[in-house]
Design a protein around this ligand. Sequence first.
Ligand SMILES: [Zn+2]
Length: 94
Amino acid sequence: MTICANCGRENPDDARFCNVCAAPLEAVPSSREQRKTVTVLFLAEFLASAGRTNEAAEALERALERYERKKNLAMVAQVRPRLEKLRAAVSQPH
Ligand SMILES: [Zn+2]
């Protein structure tokens, strides 16, 4: 589901223009997808702060794979830097 940034109406994922106002829909992630990313980033933050860095990295890896498969580049851009930071933390002994 893609939310129109102009009028806020939901449109099919493969729609390129809003069915209601005809605004272009590309590169605007749906609010639901956005919330899911925020949730996974929050979860990773929580796990990492609890010393469960491996689990945090795994959660982000799963999310990243999903977004790469869907070519959701806005989400990939949000998740990838966080994952790289966690991987760096995992590989460093305490
Ligand atoms: Zn619209």
